[in-house]
Write a protein that binds this ligand. Structure first.
Ligand code: FAD
Length: 406
């Protein structure tokens, strides 16, 4: 069996890559292998709109079912690729099928980091990434009045609000004083904790779970500091890690992800990577970055797909210069960021309305490297310009935010 294009992964980057391939090559044979049960779908609603009813399961797929047939894409679900040989240009799935390719895209995304606690492998402890996780949780919650959420990632915060919306009691156990301390300025992180408390989420800071025991429908957990917590389910979000093992075993360069050039090419010929798993050159910052963002997966997937097809047809390749938008939503607080969002940088806060609308500038030697907006979607392009031009933070004042308010 041989295909012109093989894609490993069934997320948004993979789905967008199919579009990119077909924008250049209408005929070449394409195979997508995904270990999931479902065709590529959007993950952000799993912790947001599905819980509020703003979206339904039918609205999750990236493409309708017919699209794959119309585009002559072979789709193999529930297939895990276990080995790649870039020299022979073949890969193997877990059932032993050998598949040859001309160009290969690795878009394997991330997996949730596991909670390091005694008892963390019991069924009452759930990690959360896939549609199957959502379906399972949704089913279990019919019998649950209280959930403990461990970890301070944004999906943990979103799930706090989703569960409160169902009138389910929530205790959030945060390892630090506030969530996402590597990204958020303290002022903002502490503000989020207050916001959650205002919405009746019990927040325990500076703690994690050490030991979890399930008995008679209840879950008894002990924190590292020695406090006891009784709940019915433990939901974990202690971050994600890129799925690089396949690429690493194939001899590709790995840093914080699969290292690619501006066109998406990995370190071995005819192998490409895109989405959460790729570490790519970020032109505005002059450094390599790995970004976990749906906007990034979509844009990069499409571009790399088109480049794979261009490489086959001898057409010139394009550089990835999209500045990805990272976003998340805690209740009605919408956060959107571009550039380097690192709490290690200096930062300045510009409030239009404290706690509701503002911009957080991440700076290095007085120049902007990243911007996080709260409630100011209309200023996203402005934020991108600040990063792109490496703007001087001292020349930016809150009044600059105001004119575009609607
Ligand atoms: C619950 C949730 C909410 C999110 N909300 C937001 C949000 O609000 N805003 C935002 O910007 N981003 C959000 N994200 C992140 C965003 O969804 C990801 O950045 C995006 O999905 C990355 O797409 P991807 O295609 O690179 O990887 P993924 O979506 O992770 O897809 C990778 C696919 O590859 C498959 N796979 C892995 N290994 C193999 C293998 N060996 N063989 C076959 N298949 C394999 C996986 O099963 C998966 O289907 C959220 C993520 C989650 C989990």
């Amino acid at each position: 069996m041989h295909y012109r294009y093989c894609i490993v992964g069934g997320g948004v980057a993979a789905a967008a890559a199919l579009e990119g391939i077909r924008s250049v090559d209408a005929e070449g044979s394409v195979l997508l292998l995904s270990r999931e049960n479902h065709r590529p779908y959007h993950r952000p609603p799993l912790t947001k709109d599905l819980w509020t009813g703003e979206r339904t399961l039918e609205q999750l797929p990236v493409h309708p079912d017919d699209w794959y047939r119309e585009q002559r894409v072979d789709l193999r679900l529930r297939r895990e690729v276990v080995e790649i040989d870039p020299e022979k240009r073949v890969l193997w799935d877990e059932s032993g099928d050998e598949i040859g390719y001309d160009e290969l895209l690795i878009a394997t995304g991330c997996r949730p980091r596991r909670l390091q606690a005694m008892g963390a492998e019991q069924p009452c402890v759930r990690h959360f990434r896939d549609l199957e996780d959502y379906l399972e949780l949704e089913h279990r919650l019919q019998r649950v009045q209280h959930v403990a959420i461990v970890g301070g990632g944004f999906t943990a915060l979103e799930m706090c609000m989703a569960l409160r919306g169902r009138d389910i009691g929530v205790t959030l156990v945060l390892p630090e004083e506030y969530p996402m301390p590597r990204m958020l300025p303290r002022e903002l992180g502490v503000g989020i904790v207050e916001y959650l408390r205002d919405h009746d989420v019990e927040v325990v800071t500076g703690e994690t779970l050490d030991r979890i025991v399930e008995s008679a429908g209840h879950v008894h957990a002990r924190t590292r500091g020695g406090s006891d917590l009784t709940t019915q389910l433990v939901l974990v979000d202690v971050g994600g890690e890129p799925l690089v093992e396949l690429a690493e075993a194939a001899g590709l360069d790995i840093d914080s992800g699969i290292v690619v050039d501006e066109a998406g090419r990995a370190s071995q010929p005819h192998v490409w990577a895109a989405g959460d798993v790729a570490e790519f050159p970020y032109p505005a910052l002059g450094q390599l970055m790995r970004v976990e963002s749906s906007d990034h997966a979509e844009h990069m997937g499409r571009l790399v797909g088109a480049n794979m097809a261009s490489a086959c047809t001898g057409a010139p390749l394009s550089a990835y210069d999209h500045m990805p938008r990272k976003w998340f939503r805690v209740g009605e607080l919408l956060f959107e960021g571009v550039g380097e969002l690192s709490a290690r940088l200096d930062h300045e806060t510009l409030w239009l309305e404290p706690g509701r609308e503002g911009a957080f500038l991440y700076t290095w030697e007085g120049r902007v490297r990243g911007v996080l907006l709260l409630g100011l979607s209309s200023r996203l392009e402005w934020a991108r310009d600040l990063v792109r031009t490496n703007a001087l933070a001292a020349e930016i004042g809150p009044t600059l935010l105001a004119p575009v308010r609607h």
